[in-house]
Ligand binder design. Sequence first.
Ligand code: AMP
Ligand code: MG
Length: 520
Amino acid sequence: MSDTHPSQTTPRDATDSGATLSAPFPTMPGFAELGERFFTRLRPTPLPSAYLVSVAPDAAALLGMPVEAASEPAFIEAFAGNSVPDWADPLATVYSGHQFGVWAGQLGDGRAIRLAQAQTDTGPWEIQLKGAGLTPYSRMADGRAVLRSSIREYLCSEAMAALGVPTTRALSIIGSDAPVRRETIETAAVVTRLAPTFIRFGHFEHFAAHEDVAALRQLADFVIDNFMPACREAAQPYQALLREVSLRTADMVAHWQAIGFCHGVMNTDNMSILGLTVDYGPFGFLDAFDANHICNHSDTQGRYAYSQQPQVAFWNLHCLAQALLPLWLEPGADEAAREAAVTQAREALDPFRDRYASEFFRHYRAKLGLRMPTGGDKEDEPLLTSLFQLLHEQRVDYTLFWRNLARISSADGSGDAPVRDLFLDRAAWDAWAEGYRNRLRAEQSDDAARRIAMLAVNPKYVLRNHLAEIAIRHAREKDFSEVDRLLAVLSRPFDEQPEAEAYAALPPDWAGGLEVSCSS
Ligand code: AMP
Ligand code: MG
């Protein structure tokens, strides 16, 4: 991995026109070092009439790129997939996965193309175009992404990063007038995404399904050596890898729950081996709290409902464990050896539960501005259970609730109005608030300090569906200013931004009719 010049085998086309984008970073082979069993080298399909929709300053900074570069034709051509820079080695990777609980077989990067693995001061970044045209893994689909879903993915990636949630990042959206058929005719766009690696659980499942243990081992070694070197020190590195992924996944999902994020399609091919939120499709943030909220209109059974996310993550980890098992189970092992190996896998998965629980309580205690009680997490359970029940019954706006809760007084109800007014049944709020206030007084909570701490963890601004929708509607009319404005607001989610007060308001009535599906 020390090789810092791009692969010699990059397909390059002498017909590339114009200046190619120079990179402020060296590259390394990254995923390409795994060899051709793992991917197909190919060029992105050119995107006609490409123009810049938006560039994310924070993501550009990760690559050491000045945002001004985004207005250069070379930037647009490179991140539209129209010209392949000399530092790029574009390829699409193969993976498989379980979709909605069922083995789906081979999937792969059907519309994503890795450009390069950048080495930067902020770490390694795989640069990937999403929506860059057909690949050998496109199956029946067109290899494209529409502007609507690209804007949603772009904004949410950056919003989640600003919220402190582990996530892939998004550098830019390049738009086009090229028509793309979904339920209606839309237009195409390419989002450039960044992640240390885009390896998914599904990559491991793929080689396990093919009983290709050598490839499986190569992939696991790649992840350990590049991203989780501490696992190498463990007695059983592959078991340590599984344990590390379990812990990271627990952390990620606990954070999702705390901020009211629903992923919508937690298939194993959408689970990052690094525990990053990846593949933003029909995601949603809770408006009115509903524990069983289903954000994905295509998820008729509610498999991926908000309340199900922790269990689903654990189920997905079992799929990963199943895939990794051959790495510590000798071929031809007898029944006793098989049982021992399964036990080892369980031991690597089990920490998920405790880690999830402790992260869950840690997040919610911070949201409530409380200290760890002497009796530990258990002691917080009644207060939280009664709160979730109340929020659910009253369908209280989740984000506004937490934000306004910061302003109450521990002494009396004098500061209650903003939060109390969110409840239809004010008496129910009063009853819960009494218990909460008692707890605050018992720990001699300082109102001013608590308020500051709570406002630093309870965001004022999240990407509500209707905000994305407004930006999308403007963008369809070629006005991209709303995408930029929303990006700027969401990049400081905990700050009061007086000029952006409207972005923190309750959703308008029409937002109730918005449906988000897998169509993207
Ligand atoms: P998703 O549900 O978006 O995570 O996608 C599941 C699988 O379908 C992945 O292998 C994607 O690459 C592929 N896929 C989704 N949409 C398209 C598309 N428009 N063209 C090609 N492949 C796609
Ligand atoms: Mg996916």
